[in-house]
Ligand binder design. Structure first.
Ligand code: HEC
Ligand code: HEC
Ligand code: HEC
Ligand code: HEC
Ligand code: HEC
Length: 212
C-alpha cells in the first residue's frame, strides 16, 4: 500500500485533488439497485416489523464489516412464518370454515430460503438436498485500496441512514450516496454528528487513514 501512496503522491495527486473529488470509479454506482435472488424487503422487516438493523447486521458495532445475516437467523422467524400473514390467515380461516386440518402454506420466495438450507416440505433436513448459501448481490462496493470501518463510525454517533439513506422504506436496497472520496472527506472535515459521551469525534483527513 505504501507503494500505491508514493506512486499516487508522486503522480501529482495533490494537484488533481479538486478534480478527483467528484470522480467515480466504474462499479461504484450511486442509485445501483440490483434484484436479489430472494425478494427480501427491508421495508417489510426493518419498516413494518421494526426489526433493528443490528439484529441482522450485528457486525457493524463490532468490526469493519456490517456483514449479512445467515439463513439460520432468518429461521428464527421463518420456521413459523412460512408465507405472508395474509396467505397464512386465509388458509387458517378456510380450514376452520371447511372443518379440515390447516395445510401448510409456503410462499415462492420463502421456498427459496428453505431450499438454500436443504429442507423438505416439513422443514426438516432433506439428505438429498445440498444446502447452498443465498448468493446475495453486493450493492455497496468500495475499491480495495480504500479502507472503511463500520465500528469507528457507529462509535462516533453516525446512524446507518446517514450513509445508507432510508433503508427501512426500501423493498430493494439502493446505493443512495455516491461513496466517492469527496463524500468521505467532506464529512471528515465537518462531521456534524451529535456528541457521544460528551465528546465530538474529530476524524482525520490524512491519506493514510483511508489508504493503508
Ligand atoms: C423477527 C422475525 C423475522 C426475521 C428474523 C425474518 N423475517 Fe422475513 N418475514 C417475517 C414476517 C412476520 C413476514 C410476513 C410479513 C407480512 O406478511 O406482512 C416476513 C416476510 C418475508 C418474506 C415475504 C414472504 C411472502 O412471500 O410474502 C420473505 C421473502 C422473507 N420474509 C425473507 C426473510 C429472510 C431472507 C430473512 C433473513 C435474512 C428474514 N425474512 C428474516 C419475519 C421475519
Ligand atoms: C431481517 C434481517 C435484516 C434487517 C432487520 C435489516 N437487514 Fe439489511 N440486509 C439484510 C439482507 C438479507 C441483505 C442482503 C439482501 C439485500 O440486499 O436486500 C441486506 C442488505 C443490506 C444492505 C446492502 C448491503 C450491500 O450489499 O451493500 C444495507 C446497506 C443494509 N442491509 C442496511 C440495513 C439497515 C440500515 C437496516 C435497518 C434500517 C437493515 N439493513 C435491516 C437483512 C436485514
Ligand atoms: C459513515 C458511513 C456509514 C455508516 C454510518 C454505515 N455504513 Fe454500512 N457501509 C458504508 C460503506 C462505505 C460500505 C461499503 C464498504 C466496502 O465496500 O468496503 C458499507 C457497507 C455496508 C454493508 C455491506 C456489507 C459490509 O459489511 O460491507 C451493509 C450490510 C451495511 N453497510 C449496513 C450498515 C448498517 C446496518 C449500518 C448501521 C448500523 C451502517 N451500515 C452504517 C458506509 C456506512
Ligand atoms: C457521516 C460522516 C462520515 C462519513 C460520510 C465518513 N466518515 Fe469516516 N469517520 C467519521 C467519524 C466521525 C470518524 C471517527 C473519528 C474518531 O474516532 O475520532 C471516522 C473515522 C474513520 C476512519 C478511522 C477508523 C479508525 O479505526 O479510527 C476511517 C478509516 C474512515 N473514517 C474512513 C471513511 C471512508 C473510507 C469513508 C467513505 C467511504 C468515510 N469514512 C465516510 C465520519 C464520517
Ligand atoms: C476519508 C477517507 C479518505 C481520505 C482521507 C483520502 N481518501 Fe483517497 N479515496 C477514498 C475513497 C473512498 C476512494 C474511492 C473513490 C471511488 O471509488 O470513487 C478514494 C480514491 C482515491 C484515489 C483513486 C481515485 C481516483 O478517482 O482516481 C486516489 C489516487 C486517492 N484516493 C488518493 C488520496 C490521497 C493522496 C489522499 C490524501 C490527500 C486521500 N486519497 C485521502 C477515501 C479517502
Amino acid at each position: 500500500m505504501t507503494v500505491f501512496l508514493l506512486a499516487a503522491l508522486g503522480g501529482g495527486c495533490f494537484l488533481l485533488m479538486p478534480r478527483l473529488r467528484n470522480y467515480h470509479l466504474p462499479g461504484n454506482q450511486q442509485g445501483y439497485e440490483p434484484a436479489q435472488p430472494v425478494a427480501f424487503s427491508h421495508r417489510q422487516h426493518a419498516g413494518e416489523l421494526s426489526i433493528s438493523c443490528l439484529y441482522c447486521h450485528f457486525g457493524a458495532e463490532r468490526s469493519r464489516q456490517a456483514g449479512l445475516p445467515s439463513a439460520n437467523l432468518c429461521m428464527n422467524c421463518h420456521r413459523f412464518v412460512t408465507a405472508s400473514w395474509e396467505a397464512m390467515f386465509r388458509e387458517y380461516f378456510e380450514a376452520l370454515h371447511a372443518n379440515r386440518p390447516v395445510r401448510p402454506v409456503v410462499s415462492a420466495e420463502l421456498a427459496k430460503l428453505y431450499d438454500s438450507l436443504g429442507l423438505d416440505d416439513q422443514l426438516l433436513p432433506d439428505p438429498k438436498k445440498a444446502s447452498t448459501p443465498t448468493a446475495w448481490i453486493r450493492v455497496h462496493n468500495l475499491p480495495a485500496y480504500a479502507c472503511f470501518d463500520h465500528r469507528a463510525h457507529l462509535q462516533a454517533g453516525a446512524t446507518c441512514q446517514r450513509c445508507h439513506g432510508p433503508v427501512e422504506t426500501m423493498d430493494r436496497v439502493r446505493q443512495v450516496e455516491d461513496l466517492s472520496m469527496g463524500w468521505c472527506v467532506d464529512c471528515h472535515r465537518n462531521p456534524g454528528l451529535p456528541e457521544v459521551g460528551g465528546q465530538q469525534r474529530q476524524p482525520s483527513t490524512d491519506c493514510a487513514v483511508c489508504h493503508h
